[in-house]
Design a protein around this ligand. Structure first.
Ligand code: MLT
Length: 256
């Protein structure tokens, strides 16, 4: 399907829109683009008006050479919803997309009808993780995006086919976005303190074999969100929407 684009603050944001029903904004993780959701889209389009942006720096959206911030990515998406005349949406983010979803919920709580965090966390990076991100950013500057594909792919899934697909997807991304997003993730805020104030339904989805962000991160969020639903996917790694599309779609339908 052909992508559409619109410009917000001088940044061109590309997006796909599929299906009909309640608006559902699906936000991809790092370092992917909206096609990471390809396997779940057909399972959602009878229930939702699915909006699938490429975050700034990824896919077909602009890749500014400026500093990247998670909060700015949330502003881009508020602009996108405004452009589509959508007042409120269910917001679902995978991993870094979850960080963007949380920044969105912090900035625009009245525009969120429900929230799903897939393989994500509210906690910020501990110092050593932050340092690692800057080292990786340096490596990408020097050697290209392949450096991230090599380092990340084995940690994303134990499934060889999924690894092949995600490696290809990572290699399609450009250097400025990958470097910018690594630094944006390193500098992101801890959003744990905003969780108890959420007054919309929350679904947490996590694989019990996630090597990148452990299941405990969702369990920690669950303790602060007693009314939320935690969906644990046995055997899933960090890419549930690719590894277990049916189960991931079912979990997202809890926001219907
Ligand atoms: C992602 O999958 O979006 C990232 O790996 C998340 C992270 O590195 O914190």
């Amino acid at each position: 399907m052909e992508m559409k684009t619109f410009t917000v603050n001088g940044i061109e944001i590309a997006y796909e829109r599929r299906g009909s029903g309640k608006p559902l904004l699906l936000i991809h993780g790092f370092p992917f683009d909206h096609t990471a959701w390809n396997s779940v889209i057909p399972l959602l389009e009878n229930d939702f008006d699915v909006i699938l942006p490429d975050l700034r720096g990824f896919g077909k959206s602009s890749s500014p050479e400026s500093v990247y911030r998670i909060a700015d990515m949330a502003v881009d998406l508020a602009g996108l919803l405004g452009h589509l005349s959508i007042e409120k949406a269910a917001v679902a983010g995978h991993s870094m997309g979850g960080y963007v979803s949380l920044a969105f919920a912090k900035a625009y709580p009245n525009r969120v009808s429900g929230l799903a965090l897939i393989s994500s966390q509210a906690a910020a990076d501990p110092p050593e993780r932050k340092e690692g991100r800057y080292k990786t950013a340096q490596e990408v500057e020097e050697k290209g995006v392949g450096a991230v594909a090599d380092a990340m792919t084995p940690k994303l899934s134990a499934n060889g086919e999924v690894q092949k697909l995600v490696r290809e997807l990572i290699q399609k991304q450009g250097k400025p976005g990958v470097v910018g997003a690594l630094k944006a993730m390193a500098e992101r805020e801890d959003t744990t303190s905003i969780l108890p104030a959420f007054d919309f339904p929350v679904v947490l989805v996590h694989g019990d074999a996630d090597e990148l962000i452990p299941l405990e991160k969702s369990e920690e969020m669950k303790t602060l969100l007693p009314a939320s639903q935690l969906v644990v996917l046995p055997g899933a790694g960090h890419m549930p929407m690719v590894e277990f599309p049916k189960e991931t779609a079912e979990a997202l339908k809890l926001l219907k």
